[in-house]
Design a protein around this ligand. Structure first.
Ligand SMILES: [Zn+2]
Length: 399
């Protein structure tokens, strides 16, 4: 092994001849092939991988994974790698290698069997898309039981590490396929530590980066949801119908509002500076919080969808007020009851994905009983009231 490489490996406390040592050696060869500075690249990768000491088997998995990616021609040529590096100027080596796995994730390794059950239909051409997964149960996402995940958390790393599920480690997150996907390539991105669902600027910036690295996918932050006990975002492949709506700029703020013809009220923050974008989104979130959040109890009254257009990051912010936590299930049941008589299995969850034009159902046979008008009604009901919306808009103009 190269002298410099040996120094790096011993700096990280890796024993000569160990499995990690052997992998580091192989990786340094790959880095050289890619014209990267092997000692620097290896140092970077080991620093990220060894951070917060995960189990040795995890480290081995991550390095094997990195090696697989670096050596797999399907992941891209050297030119692709450099192209990615230019786009991702500020990204770490781990990010770059991660970016190269995108086709692998999308095409092969997400839980293929459950994805095969997912079907899709267009409810109203160009407006909304409904996906069907018969394995998914309606009640699981509409009940907000605070004790639901006291004993076990279904998205904690520990809960699936002993399964066959493929898991990727990236920055401070784990990525894996959703166990009951409602669309193709339904990804979960969970924070490494168990803790309440929340959004802050660092998390937002990471998710903006993720969106740029995985240009095929759209991460979204969902509250309320059935997984409020653990910080996470989900991601869908493809684009959201909401990305095509007309918007009206609010001065020179970088923020636009949805065209009034769209059934939901909301904002889109755009820009090529992720810090500025996350600052503005944060401002809107604060404004949401400053209004009626106490009445909403634990629910945060906004949803975020991370999109992009070329080099421009676009974050859709969908503020919501109307359904308070105590009346939430009641209202929901009332709405569902209306359709229950017809055995409708449509999942009535006023979540970001629905508002953005993607819904889900567990039974495609009842699909036709939901009309476009039903959908608009639901979205209007859960969207921010106009006076609250105007308040935020006026505050944004002061920026
Ligand atoms: Zn957890």
């Amino acid at each position: 092994m190269d002298k410099q490489i040996i120094e790096i490996v011993s700096k990280h406390g890796i024993k000569t001849g160990s499995k990690i040592y052997q992998l580091a050696e192989k990786l340094s060869v790959k880095f050289n092939e890619f014209n990267l500075s092997a000692p620097k690249a290896l140092d970077n990768l080991l620093t990220v991988t060894l951070k917060d000491t995960i189990e040795e088997s995890d480290i081995v998995n991550n390095l094997e994974f990195a090696l697989e990616m670096a050596g797999n021609p399907a992941m891209g040529t050297k030119d692709d790698l450099f192209k990615t590096r230019i786009i991702a100027d500020n990204f770490s080596l781990q990010d770059i290698m991660f970016a190269l796995i995108r086709h692998q994730i999308i095409e092969k390794k997400i839980d293929g069997e459950s994805l095969a059950k997912v079907q899709s239909k267009v409810l109203s051409p160009g407006d909304f898309v409904i996906y069907c997964n018969s394995a998914r149960k309606r009640s699981s996402t509409v009940v907000h039981n605070k004790n639901e995940y006291v004993d076990s958390c279904p998205i904690c790393y520990q809960s699936f590490i002993n399964t066959n599920k493929k898991v990727w480690f990236w920055r401070d997150y784990y990525l894996f396929g959703n166990h009951a996907p409602i669309v193709e390539n339904h990804l979960m991105v969970t924070y490494k530590k168990h803790g309440l669902q929340s959004m802050d600027r660092q998390f937002m910036e990471d998710i903006i980066d993720l969106n740029f690295m995985f240009d095929f996918c759209r991460p979204y932050f969902n509250r309320p949801g059935s997984l409020d006990k653990h910080r996470h975002v989900q991601a869908f492949s493809g684009t959201f119908p909401i990305e095509n709506i007309k918007t009206v700029a609010i001065g020179n703020t970088g923020v636009s509002e949805f065209d009034p013809s769209y059934p939901a009220t909301g904002f889109v923050v755009e820009g090529n500076d992720k810090k500025r974008v996350s600052l503005l989104v944060n401002k809107i979130m604060e404004l949401c919080d400053s209004r009626q959040v106490k009445e909403i109890d634990r629910f945060v009254p906004f949803y975020l969808i991370f999109a992009r257009k070329g080099d421009i990051a676009r974050v859709f912010v969908l503020p919501k007020w109307k359904w308070k936590s105590d009346t939430f299930p009641k209202d929901m049941n009332a709405y569902n009851a209306k359709n229950e008589s017809e055995k409708n299995e449509f999942i009535i969850v006023p979540a970001s994905v629905e508002t953005a034009g993607r819904g889900s159902t567990s039974d495609l046979s009842t699909f036709k009983r939901i009309t476009y008008a039903d959908y608009c009604h639901l979205i209007k009901d859960t969207s921010a009231p106009l006076e609250e919306f105007k308040f935020i808009r006026d505050e944004l103009k002061k920026i």
